[in-house]
Design a protein. Sequence first.
Length: 305
Amino acid sequence: MERILESRLMNPVEPAAGDIVLVSPLTGPVVPLADVPDPVFSEGLFGDGIGIDPLVGRLVAPCDGIVMHLARTGHAVTLQTAEGAQVLVHIGIDTVELHGNGFKPKVAQGAHVQRGDLLIEFDLDVVACEAQSLVSVVAIANSEAFDVISRAPAGNVEAGVTPLLVLRARASAEPAAGGAWPVVTEARKSVTLAHAGGLHARPAARARQAVRAFDARVEVRFGERKAAIESVVGLLALGAGEGATIEVVGMGHDAQQAVDAVVNELTREAPGETGEAPARQLSPVPGAAASAQPATAASAGARTL
């Protein structure tokens, strides 16, 4: 993300009809997204947004919406507005590695919430001591569909009160002509997630970015659930934690390259993501029917349909 563009938007504007106003979910000073100490967020891989350095251990809903995803460890939550904007609030950096220590969710996944409702309580001292940073992020997971047209200027914001971001839906893109591939290739690979946190926000965002270079559609399957690689929120909702075996499926001209790229991002060790073996807790495969599927062997292959 270009700092020049972000700085131009670091000022409030009067929202127009149809715009979505997000209030701050946390209390504390604003941190420009480019200054968040995590490249997945600062480089916009997860989506456009803003940072906050929290001074109070209470996270409230920035808008009315549905809780699409609540991290099992309680460190992150994603809401979807009535307009379809997917708003992630991620407390701290590398907090998935705290395994829930210091976090107390006050809402359930699937709940309907209103702006200002308490979603998560967290212990500032615990998170500050055990995480890489307390700096938290509000990011628009489907930024391809919504533009941030305004964000709060430098200074302190108050949870549930201060307008933080204004979103505007983009015009619907025209469907691409000739969307079918002359020869459709499918590739599959099963892998076990060995790193701390499993399929959490950071590797999910990296995987989405990696596949954009290829002419292919990719989805991730975990038991009976599946999610398109383009939907980071959908990937998080799979609930694939440490020790879970997932299948990555690609279709298209570059299917094998795309699958390999996704697998690489979901399994490679990045700073702050060094796994621990054995995993503390294995994720059960969702759905009774899934129990009959092979759970460990890694396989890869490609075929032409």
